[in-house]
Each structure stands twice: as structure tokens, then as C-alpha cells.
Design a binder for this molecule. Structure first.
Ligand SMILES: O=C(O)CCC(=O)C(=O)O
Ligand SMILES: [Fe+2]
Length: 254
């Protein structure tokens, strides 16, 4: 077990050596977005193409189309299930298995739906009725596809995985992605992620995190995948805020 994961709730930034899985997905993203990008040389390397800016703010439909196409693609499935990803999870798990929820995310300029407030990932499926989502306690590998700097990445709260599962509120267009305001976050415990393409960070299902809030309009898209794996033998005991337990009971009844 990785000491950083155990002590502060997340690993160091780790590089992942892909075969062709990353490149194939990058090419697919480029093909679906190239008409939206600033003028550029078609011969650029795919790594550079994915760092190009949009020529203007893409529409909601542009964003939804890309999210839909990539999230149902074989390229995404192949990347999520590839050996280098499984090996990365072996830093924390003896026998990692893919969890049902892994999502491609595109952070586009002024697209509010992509900004997630403070939450714990376990809270986002805790009220789910699907048995595949319950009692798995998966970790998340937040993987960067085109690099992410400190004003567009995510922030993780050190040691927060030692807390209980907090009460999460529903956010329209997102799901149960917002903890109660009274749970103040200590500034000194916030770690802001910075990654190159193909690097990621593994974090615990109870680690509190959020998208870095937008302070300026960034015309460069930020592409990531939340890849989740679980381990049957990973300790699954955790306490739950009573308000969230009550919500779960009410959801079962109605
Ligand atoms: O990539 C982000 O900005 C946050 C995504 C996230 O926290 C999630 O999908 O659970
Ligand atoms: Fe999350």
C-alpha cells in the first residue's frame, strides 16, 4: 500500500506508460473538435494538437456531442481497461478490478456543468439503487489527457479520507456532488494538482476534492478521465453522516 495514499488520501502524481491507448483516444478527441480549434498546421504532433485553443467559445451542443461520443467510444473503454492502468492501481490495491463508473470529462470555457464543488466520490453513488455501485469502495485515478495546470485542474484535501462520508446535496445537471457548506475546508490542507498528459493521481473514495473554480476564461480545453477500480479486500468500513443515511432510507422507500 502506498504511504501517501494511506496517510493523506492520495498518491503523488504518477506517470503512466501507455502503448497506443492514450494516443488513439487523443486522436478521436482531436477529430471531433478540430473544426472548433484556432487555425493550425495539420501536421502538428497529436500532443500539441490537444493543447490548441478554441477559436471561439464552443456551444453547449459542441460540448454535449463530444462528451457523448467519447464516453460511448471503444477507444475510451480500451484505455480504461488496459494493462498500464491496471498496473497503476496496483500501487494501492493487490487485485484491482474496474468499477462501473469511469467518466471522460472535457472542461470547456464557461461550461458551468464541468465545475464540481467539494465532494467525496463515494457520496456521488451512495444513493444509487444499482448493486454494482454499492459496497465496492473504489479509488479514482484522475488521469490527464492533455495536461492540466493549477487554474484548471482539481484540488484534493489532505487527510479528509479519514472523515466519515459527509451529507451530499443534489446539483442539477451533475448529481450528488456538493457537501454541506458547514464542512469548512482548511486552506492549509488543500493540494492543487498539476499534471502533464498521461500523468494522474490516485485518490481514496472519501477524499474531499473539487474542480479548481474558474477565475478566468480559458480557451484551451482540459481533458481528463476519472478512472475507477476497486479491490474486494480493501477495508470498506466507513461512518456516514446521519442526514445522508436518512436520505438513503427515504430513497429506498419512495
Ligand atoms: O475533473 C474534475 O474537475 C472533477 C471531476 C470529479 O471530481 C468527478 O468526476 O468525480
Ligand atoms: Fe470526484
Amino acid at each position: 500500500m502506498d504511504v501517501n495514499f494511506a496517510n493523506r488520501g492520495f498518491t503523488k502524481i504518477i506517470p503512466i506508460q501507455f502503448e497506443d491507448e492514450l494516443k488513439n483516444l487523443q486522436i478521436k478527441i482531436y477529430d471531433l473538435t478540430k473544426n472548433l480549434l484556432e487555425n493550425h498546421d495539420e501536421n502538428l504532433d497529436i500532443q500539441d494538437k490537444l493543447k490548441l485553443k478554441f477559436k471561439r467559445k464552443p456551444s453547449n451542443d459542441d460540448w454535449s456531442r463530444l462528451m457523448g461520443e467519447i464516453n460511448k467510444s471503444n477507444e475510451l473503454k480500451e484505455l480504461i481497461n488496459c494493462k498500464p492502468v491496471e498496473d497503476a492501481f496496483k500501487i494501492i490495491f493487490d487485485n484491482p478490478k474496474p468499477f462501473e463508473i469511469s467518466t471522460f470529462r472535457a472542461r470547456f470555457p464557461e461550461q458551468k456543468r464541468v465545475l464540481y464543488n467539494w465532494h467525496q466520490d463515494e457520496g456521488t453513488w451512495y444513493l444509487s439503487k444499482k448493486k454494482e455501485h454499492l459496497n465496492k469502495f473504489p479509488a479514482t485515478l484522475w488521469l490527464s489527457l492533455n495536461g492540466a495546470n493549477k487554474d484548471e485542474s482539481i484540488q484534493l484535501v489532505k487527510y479528509s479520507h479519514k472523515k466519515k462520508l459527509l451529507n451530499h446535496n443534489f446539483v442539477s445537471g451533475q448529481g450528488f456532488f456538493n457537501i454541506d457548506k458547514k464542512n469548512e475546508i482548511d486552506e492549509n490542507d488543500i493540494f492543487t494538482v498539476e499534471t502533464k498528459a498521461s500523468e494522474g493521481v490516485l485518490f481514496h473514495p472519501l477524499t474531499i476534492h473539487r474542480s479548481v473554480p474558474a477565475t478566468k476564461i480559458n480557451f484551451k480545453p482540459r481533458y481528463t478521465i476519472d478512472i475507477r477500480y476497486y479491490d474486494e479486500n480493501f477495508e470498506k468500513k466507513f461512518k456516514v453522516d446521519w442526514k445522508f443515511s436518512v436520505k438513503k432510507i427515504l430513497k429506498k422507500i419512495f
